[in-house]
Write a new protein. Structure first.
Length: 149
């Protein structure tokens, strides 16, 4: 009777060699950051980046990450970024994995010659980590928005 090898779907395709894996993951980290790293960085006097919420102003007012500025991805232009030095690193986020607004923003920023990383997870990931959002009324006053349970 022949011996049947039951292979796992994970192991069905061999893993990349360590050099290829290193290049891949280093490149990934050059393009992306996560909610925890953003949270930790925002706790310092100089986080080293500008956090940009690329959703609509309405969504931004409903709840955004503390310290973020709102520039919808379609409005990322040289003119709208003129207040920032050319070597500023921008970290962009949108609603979450279901949204490609952060990807569109990253493309626009890169085309403008700006350094950019995407915060993976967006607002959904931020809230999943247990971090709070800030809300703003039309007048601009900010309040803490607790994570709904």
């Amino acid at each position: 009777m022949p011996h049947i090898v039951n292979r796992s779907p994970v192991a069905e395709v061999p893993a990349a060699d360590p050099r290829t894996a290193l290049r891949h993951f280093e490149a990934l980290l050059a393009l992306e950051t996560d909610c925890w790293d953003v949270y930790a960085s925002l706790g310092s006097a100089d986080p080293g980046f500008v956090l940009v919420d690329v959703r609509s102003p309405e969504r931004f007012r409903e709840g955004h990450i503390p310290g973020a500025v709102n520039v919808p991805h379609g409005r990322l232009t040289d003119r709208n970024l003129s207040a920032y030095a050319l070597d500023t690193l921008f970290v962009v986020y949108c609603g979450g994995p279901h949204c490609n607004g952060a990807d569109k923003a990253a493309v626009r920023l890169a085309r403008l010659g700006r350094a950019v990383k995407k915060m993976i997870g967006g607002v959904e990931g931020w809230r999943d980590e247990g971090f709070s959002l800030v809300t703003e009324e039309a007048g601009g006053a900010g309040d803490r928005a607790d994570r709904p349970d």
